[in-house]
Write a protein that binds this ligand. Structure first.
Ligand code: UD1
Ligand code: CA
Length: 484
């Protein structure tokens, strides 16, 4: 009946994310909330947490770097309500506009989050929502006691423990500055009460902004209950304002991510030098040696060993493969393959089962079939290399004629001599060979040996005649005598 509808509306949740601020302290051309932690923008972390609360409505307030920020919002939450903040500054103004933008029929609670508080999780927020409801509060703020409260708003409580106000650092008197409990900038509020309270906000404070925090005093004075939930782990509520805080949050998130993988059976030899994006997937019995960075859509299957000192971006490594001192972007490394040390794999590289890419080898947009090997000092671009083929040291695919790229197709069980150049487009048949230093410009039939270097000619006595008395000439003379 109607009573149920009313009750359901009361239980409904909307989330407002404040992301209109300038982020001056980052000193960046990029919006603060778009700086990344573990491969995800700060705002992406907040939106993921917001979505986990399954709100009926999600509104994000924007202003600085408006279009870039809006793009990220719609990536993560396509149906988010975008609210543009106007010239009136402050978190209070941001909330006022967001509340006005929520559908008028919405009568539930509103969770307000900051776009720059990325580590807070939805379980903690849900517990605060439950507390807010059980207390019948008009406003509940999340607070904490950080190591250093400087710069934060301070929470003022009465002797019953209810919150009666929040005072910003720049407006606080000496006694208020002694308060160690700070306001985190995350709130739960009843929509109707908050709506009434923001209408009364003014900019008469040291910063000339509408402070969201002023609704605490307004609601308390009007006889509503304002609660504060003290969160013990203050790192959960840490805001990112500058790059020092950004790196500290990254270090914490990395530790938590690695710990999670370790408990799932991944060996991480040196967590302090290992970075793993949140998008990465690892199987049990993967081993990560020191100095490994795994980014983007990278996936590592069981019994693969990565490192030391390797960066893998959007790379798939199948089981039992080893990847040593390698930089890999968009490559696929199949089972039992070996890559490195000092290899550079670029997009479109497939290293086949039991294949090998060795020292000082760059591979791009090329497929190595099962057991194909490029062991030393080579550039392989736009090539297909057949099963069991071995490419000799120092091979180069000349894939670019200055205007267009062309493919090199090499059959199975081919053996190429050291320092072969493949002038693409060119094809080598199955079981063919090339001689050392060959420049292969024409098709090589199966089983043929391609040679392009002129026969060797030795000019006897040339050094003695042309470099008389030189160390080489003396050495040659000596060798000549001892021979006799
Ligand atoms: C705010 C709180 C402070 C609290 C601190 C916790 C106020 C007045 N103060 O201060 O009590 O201790 O957070 O981190 O709210 N934003 C807008 N529009 C604006 C200004 C800011 O959307 O006009 C957004 C920012 O993008 C940011 C969030 O609001 O995501 C917080 O703004 P910020 O300027 O960082 O507030 P603080 O000074 O840190
Ligand atoms: Ca802040």
């Amino acid at each position: 009946g109607l009573g149920d509808v009313y009750k359901r509306q009361q239980q409904a949740l909307a989330v407002v994310v404040l992301a209109a601020g300038q982020g001056t302290r980052m000193r960046s051309q990029t919006a603060k909330v778009l700086h990344e932690l573990s491969g995800i923008p700060l705002l992406g972390h907040v939106l993921a947490t917001a979505s986990a609360l399954q709100p009926e409505h999600l509104a994000v307030v924007l202003r600085h770097h408006r279009d870039a920020v809006a793009g990220v919002v719609t990536d993560y939450v396509p149906d988010a309500i975008l609210v543009d903040q106007d010239d009136i500054p402050g978190t209070g103004r941001a909330l006022e506009l967001a509340l006005a933008a929520l559908p008028s029929t919405f009568a539930g609670d509103v969770v307000v989050m900051s776009g720059d508080v990325p580590l807070l999780d939805s379980d903690t927020i849900q517990a605060v929502v439950d507390h807010h409801r059980s207390q019948g509060s008009a406003l509940t703020l999340m607070s904490t006691i950080p190591e250093d409260p400087t710069g934060y708003g301070r929470v003022i409580r009465n002797d019953r423990g209810d919150v009666t106000g929040v005072v910003e650092e720049s407006d606080a008197n000496a006694a208020e500055k002694q308060i160690t409990e700070i306001n985190s900038g995350v709130y739960v509020m009843n929509r109707a009460h908050a709506h009434a309270a923001v209408a009364g906000l003014t900019t008469t404070n040291s910063q000339g902004e509408k402070y969201l925090t002023d609704i605490a005093r307004a609601l308390s004075s009007a006889g509503h209950r304002v609660s504060g939930v003290l969160v013990e782990d203050s790192w959960l509520l840490e805001g990112i304002n500058d790059r020092v805080q950004l790196s500290e949050a990254q270090a914490r998130l990395t530790r938590m991510t690695i710990r999670g993988w370790q408990l799932l059976g991944v060996t991480v030899a040196d967590p302090a030098s290992t970075m793993i994006d949140l998008s990465v997937e690892l199987a049990p019995d993967v081993t990560l040696l020191p100095g490994v960075q795994l980014k983007g859509d990278t996936r590592i299957d069981s019994h693969a060993t990565i490192g030391p000192d390797s960066t893998l971006v959007d790379t798939i490594v199948e089981s039992h493969a080893t990847v040593v001192r390698t930089h890999s972007l968009g490559a696929h490394i199949c089972e039992h393959a070996s890559v490195g040390p000092f290899s550079y794999l670029r997009p479109g590289t497939v290293v086949g089962v039991e294949g090998k890419v060795g020292a000082f080898v760059e591979v791009k947009n090329s497929t190595l079939a099962r057991g194909a090997k490029v062991p030393h000092l080579s550039y392989i671009g736009d090539a297909d290399i057949g099963e069991g083929t071995n490419i000799g040291a120092g091979a180069i695919t000349a894939n670019y004629d200055g205007e267009t790229k062309h493919r090199t197709t090499i059959g199975s069980q081919v053996r190429t001599g050291s320092h072969t150049v493949f002038v693409a487009p060119v094809e080598l048949g199955d079981g063919s060979y090339t001689a050392a230093g060959a420049v292969v410009r024409r098709r090589v039939e199966p089983g043929a040996l391609a040679m392009s270097v002129a026969p060797q000619r030795n000019l006897e006595g040339w050094v003695e005649h042309n470099r008389e008395g030189s160390p080489a000439a003396i050495a040659a003379k000596k060798a000549g005598k001892s021979k006799k």
